[in-house]
Design a protein around this ligand. Sequence first.
Ligand SMILES: Cc1cc2nc3c(=O)[nH]c(=O)nc-3n(C[C@H](O)[C@H](O)[C@H](O)COP(=O)(O)O)c2cc1C
Length: 255
Amino acid sequence: MLDNEVVQTMLRRKSIRKYTEQMPSEEAITTVVRAGQQAPFAYQLCSLLLSREREGHPFRAPLLFTVCVDAHRLERVMARRNWQMVTNDLSLLFFGIQDAALLAENMVIAAESLGMGSCFLGSAPYRAEEIIEENKLPPRVFPLVQLAMGYPAQDPPVRPRYPLEVSLFEGAYPELTDDMIDRAMRVMDEGYLAQGYYRQAGYQIPLEGDRPETFSFENYGWTEHISRKAGQWLASLEDLLEPLAMCGFHVTPGS
Ligand SMILES: Cc1cc2nc3c(=O)[nH]c(=O)nc-3n(C[C@H](O)[C@H](O)[C@H](O)COP(=O)(O)O)c2cc1C
């Protein structure tokens, strides 16, 4: 592989879930946010909320950004130009989620390059009501994801990823054979088990219903973890349609 400082920064990054007391400087915060903003965008359909009140933050991180899909600001701009939004909310959300994700990931890499660490938190959409209230969000602003940030007080290993064999396809999407899938699963599971990830976290997702538990920290790896998540959680569309509607986004026909 080729190697340079930018690639090294990207390849050494890992989620940080323990932070020092040090508060990043105003200059560091501005640098990270400006680097984020300079990501490619479709419509600039996103904005950031920043909290520096570590006591209420996950991992007591000094900084907590809430990355929002923001149609409010564009609608204000359009109104000044005597235009009204006709783009449907699903399209706005697709573009807004991409704008927000690209901005947030630029922030993550900028932070890493400045000696900081970060960790995304996915619960924001499901806590929309509380986030709206705390931050006085106007309608048409949707809390997509949160990003904890600060100086790392831990140095966990870089986590494994699927091999390129099942990630990069040229020409046509291949038939994924059982052997290919098994190889990919081995890379992920052996990687996480060797790092003792779930053992250190002391956490296995409990099985719902009457499925008997057959896993221990000896063999509970990432593929079982992610299967339990996607096989048990967030089955109902309402889980997301409700918070979206609360924020003024309507994505079902006729709504
Ligand atoms: C959208 C999104 C939501 C996430 N939510 C959480 C979360 O709620 N809690 C957490 O500890 N990590 C969360 N993460 C971090 C992932 O667990 C982490 O990125 C993944 O396990 C890979 O590990 P790495 O970032 O160290 O390479 C989230 C990541 C993303 C992109």
